[in-house]
Design a binder for this molecule. Sequence first.
Ligand SMILES: *Cc1c(COP(=O)(O)O)cnc(C)c1O
Length: 423
Amino acid sequence: MNQKPFNLTSEFFLQMDQTDPLRHFRDQFYFPKTKLGKEVLYFVGNSLGLQPKKASLYVEEELLDWRSLAVDGHHSAKHPWFPYHEFLTAQTARLVGAQPMEVVVMNTLTVNLHLMLTSFYRPTKKKFKIVIEAGAFPSDQYAVASHAKLHGLNPSETIIEWRPRLGEQLLRMEDLEEMVQTEGESIALILIGNVNYKTGQAFPLKEIATLAHTKNIIFGADLAHGAGNLALSLHEDKVDFAVWCSYKFLNAGPGALGGCFVHDKYAEDFSRPRLEGWWGHDKEKRFLMEPKFSPMKGAEGWQLSNPPILPMATLRASMELFDEAGMGPLRKKSELLTGYLEFLLKQIRLEEFKIITSSKPNERGCSLSLDFGNQGKMVVERLAEEGIKCDYREPGIIRIAPVPLYNSFQDVFELCEALKRHV
Ligand SMILES: *Cc1c(COP(=O)(O)O)cnc(C)c1O
């Protein structure tokens, strides 16, 4: 794939697609079809990723093993069920830039967030505040508010927002720095979605972790829009904990399992309270059925229940593709693909809409958020009628996410041709 400046010709996107080293991954996914049988142009992989073709085979394999082996499948299935979650560990660690012991696939995102807050939000009289980004995803807001209440605190005095300046939509790092400088002694936790779901702004995890640690503040990241989108290095960046879901960029299907990262500096820190379950118990002694909980080292020690095999099977199908492609090459293509989208959008009459997302590649993931004001809903509906799927968020925001695993430069070109007809 070349890095020549973008241009408007069809030769350009054809050549980009032909020389794209990741182009064969597109054939690994099912695309929905329009009524006329044409493949939908799909730009909502940030909301629900497409189905990998291998997913049904992997699920079928487990159903067959269950049918023929029943309880013996725990040990004798082709992929034995007792350690099934471990088949995802190495790939998950590579995906988020972690050591294997730092990650585990379990539960769903908000559940994992609660488990992490239970252990890592330990307010004292003096140090009790929680910083979140303004406009955080509602579930994150509810989760932190509920933990404030669990500790007998008033959420409105506990939660402080990192807000955009008047007239701006994106957040400035220097404002977070100032907040930590002036209020840091009273802040216990910073929780940030590493790519904001609405504005598409990506935040620098390493800088935030470093900043937080200057005042002894725990830094947790919600990677719902980051996992499978950005090249992450959670271990090196010294993020304390992170959680994510797998149905968005990770293509593991509706309601898919979540992931959880706990930095290895806590791997053997058993002093923090946690919610306990038998699957977090030392696996060598799990079946001794002892009454006293003795947690496993690392992230696995936060597991509660034995792993649900069928949703783990779809996630395996998808994680194999990510592992084969690699986040480095994916991110490289992603920057070009989104850069191309931005280039084409700027040729359209821009007074009809405004690109909210930053124009700097290191301040965004693959998706761009466009503010169409009161035209937004209508434009998304018209695109949908033509078999082009984008996503709409109140008020007036259209999100477009070309994902590097299965979107092409031609997809982006065709989307922009259609947009021209509607603005
Ligand atoms: C998608 C998303 C969620 C969804 O939470 P679930 O528990 O998976 O339903 C939570 N937080 C953020 C930031 C999200 O983008």
